[in-house]
Design a protein around this ligand. Structure first.
Ligand SMILES: [Zn+2]
Length: 465
C-alpha cells in the first residue's frame, strides 16, 4: 500500500498508475466529494469558506501546506503546491467551489444530501464542479504521498465565485496573488466527459471559449398618452429590434478551432454527418445546412453558436403606467463572441441588425480565449482518455459560455477544459442537462474513472523524463 510506504518513510513508490490501489483512492475521492456537496455554496452569496477549509484540511492530512485566501469575508479560495525541480513552468489544477442555486421542490433528492442512489452521487455541484475539486485534491494527495520527481510544480486552486463572474475567485487570485497560481498550463472545466453521438463516444476537451459582450440597447421616442398609439414609440422600436435579433443570425465566421472540431467530430461519425459537419465551416453553406439538414432544434442551436457571434435579448425595460407611452425603452443583450472577434466587431454586427438609433452601453466585456491544440499537454490529455477508455475519441472543442479560463488567460496560461468523468451510454444522463439543471449527479464509477484519468494525464505531463 502506498500509504504504508509513505508512513514508513521508505523509498519513493512507483508513480505509475498501475502501482496505485485505485479502489482505495476512489473511496477517498467519493468521500471528499460527498463532504463538499453537503456544504451549500450557492452563489450568490457563495460563502465558500467552509468548503475551502474542508479541502485545506484534506490537503494538510497529506502533509501539503495549503493556503486559504479570502477575497471578502467568507469568500475563500484554497491553493496548494507540490514542488517539482523547476526545470519547466507549473501546471495548475483548478476548480470552483461555488454552485448555482437548486430548487429542492424540483429535485428527486435533496440537492445538498450527497445521497448515493442508482449508482450516482447526487447533489448540486456533482459535475459543476466539486467533482474536479475532489479529483484534483486527491491527485495532490497522491503526489504528496508517492513523491514522484517532477519537472514542474503542480499547483492546486479551488476557488470562489465562478458562477457570478469570478471577481471574488479566479480573477482576484490572478490580480492580487498572481504568483500563487501562475502556470504554463491549467486544467479545469469544461471537458473530458463522455459524449455519445450515433453510437460513438467522444471526449470533448475544451481548448477555446467564446468572449462575452453584455450590453444595454436603449431607444428613445416621443412620450404620449396611451389612448393615441404611435408606431415610432420607443417601445415599438425596441420591440422591433428584439424581433430582428431573434429572427436573424449574425454573420458566420469560420474559426480554426471550430473547423478542427467539426472535422475531428466528423471523422468519427457515419454518413451523412461525416459529410455534413465539416461543411458547416464554409460560410456560404452553413445557413442552409443548419436550417435544412440538422433536424433537431437543440442540435441546430448548439452548432449555430459555434459558427457566429450570438446575441440573446434577455432583460427588457420600458414604461411604468399602462396609459403612458414612455420616452425610452431598453433591453439587455447577452452577446458572445467567437475567437478572432472583438467587442467592436460584435457591436458593429448588432448595429447592422438593429439600426443606428439604439444607444449602446457595454455592461461587461471579456475577450474569447483560445489554447493551442498542438501542445504536449493536449497530447497527454488525449492519451489519458484513450488509455482509460479505448473506445473514446478525444476532440478539441470550443464552449459558447465562459469559465475561469478568462482569468488565468491574463497570466498567459494555456487553459484546457478537462475535468474527466465517464458516463455510460445507457446511463440515461445527459451531461449538458446536468449542468445547472435539476437532479445534478455523477456516476460513482465515472468519478473514480475520472480520478485515474486525471492522475495519468498529470503524471505523464509533469514527470521528469
Ligand atoms: Zn462551473
Amino acid at each position: 500500500m502506498l500509504r504504508d510506504v509513505a508512513e514508513h518513510g521508505a523509498d519513493r513508490a512507483s508513480p505509475s498508475s498501475a502501482a496505485i490501489d485505485w479502489a482505495v483512492e476512489g473511496d477517498a475521492c467519493v468521500r471528499l466529494l460527498r463532504d463538499l456537496l453537503r456544504i451549500p455554496t450557492v452563489n450568490p452569496p457563495g460563502n465558500e469558506r467552509p468548503a475551502a477549509e474542508l479541502v485545506a484540511e484534506f490537503l494538510r492530512a497529506h502533509r501539503l501546506e495549503p493556503r486559504v485566501v479570502e477575497s471578502d469575508p467568507t469568500r475563500a479560495s484554497v491553493i496548494a503546491r507540490y514542488a517539482g525541480n523547476g526545470r519547466l513552468p507549473p501546471l495548475l489544477l483548478t476548480g470552483h467551489l461555488d454552485v448555482v442555486e437548486a430548487d429542492p421542490t424540483t429535485w428527486t433528492r435533496p440537492p445538498f444530501s450527497a445521497d448515493i442512489a442508482d449508482g450516482c452521487i447526487w447533489g448540486r455541484g456533482a459535475v459543476d464542479m466539486k467533482n474536479m475539486v475532489s479529483m484534483s485534491a486527491c491527485v495532490m494527495g497522491l503526489l504528496a504521498r508517492i513523491k514522484p520527481k517532477l519537472d514542474r510544480d503542480v499547483i492546486f486552486a479551488a476557488v470562489a465565485d465562478e458562477e457570478t463572474g469570478s471577481s471574488k475567485g479566479a480573477h482576484y487570485l490572478v490580480d492580487e496573488h498572481p504568483d500563487l497560481v501562475r502556470a504554463e498550463y491549467a486544467l479545469g472545466e469544461i471537458g473530458g466527459f463522455s459524449l455519445y453521438l450515433m453510437g460513438r463516444v467522444f471526449y470533448p476537451i475544451q481548448v477555446a471559449e467564446k468572449g462575452q459582450v453584455w450590453l444595454t440597447a436603449t431607444f428613445s421616442g416621443e412620450a404620449g398618452h396611451g389612448s393615441m398609439p404611435r408606431a415610432d414609440s420607443a417601445v415599438i422600436k425596441a420591440a422591433e429590434a428584439i424581433v430582428r435579433l431573434g429572427h436573424n443570425r449574425l454573420p458566420f465566421h469560420p474559426t480554426d478551432v471550430v473547423r478542427r472540431f467539426l472535422h475531428e467530430l466528423a471523422k468519427g461519425l457515419p454518413q451523412p454527418a461525416r459529410f455534413v459537419l465539416p461543411r458547416l465551416g464554409t460560410p456560404a453553406l452553413a445557413g442552409l445546412l443548419l436550417d435544412r439538414v440538422l433536424p433537431d432544434p437543440a442540435t441546430r442551436r448548439t452548432f449555430a453558436s459555434y459558427l457566429s457571434n450570438t446575441a440573446s435579448p434577455t432583460v427588457v425595460r420600458a414604461g411604468s403606467k399602462t396609459n403612458v407611452i414612455p420616452s425610452t425603452a431598453s433591453f439587455e443583450i447577452d452577446g458572445r463572441t467567437l475567437p478572432g472577434q472583438s467587442e467592436q466587431d460584435f457591436l458593429r454586427e448588432i448595429r447592422r441588425q438593429i439600426g443606428d438609433e439604439a444607444v449602446f452601453q457595454v455592461l461587461a466585456s471579456q475577450p474569447p480565449v483560445v489554447a493551442p491544440v498542438d501542445t504536449p499537454m493536449f497530447r497527454c490529455l488525449a492519451d489519458a482518455i484513450r488509455r482509460n477508455d479505448p473506445r473514446g475519441v478525444p476532440i478539441p472543442a470550443m464552449i459558447p459560455g465562459f469559465t475561469d479560463a478568462k482569468a488565468y488567460h491574463k497570466l498567459g496560461t494555456k487553459y484546457y477544459g478537462f475535468s474527466p468523468v465517464r458516463f455510460e451510454a445507457d446511463d440515461g444522463i445527459s451531461f449538458a442537462a446536468l449542468y445547472h439543471g435539476k437532479d445534478e449527479r455523477i456516476p460513482e464509477a465515472g468519478l473514480r474513472w475520472g480520478l485515474r484519468t486525471l492522475y495519468d494525464a498529470v503524471i505523464a505531463f509533469a514527470q521528469s523524463k
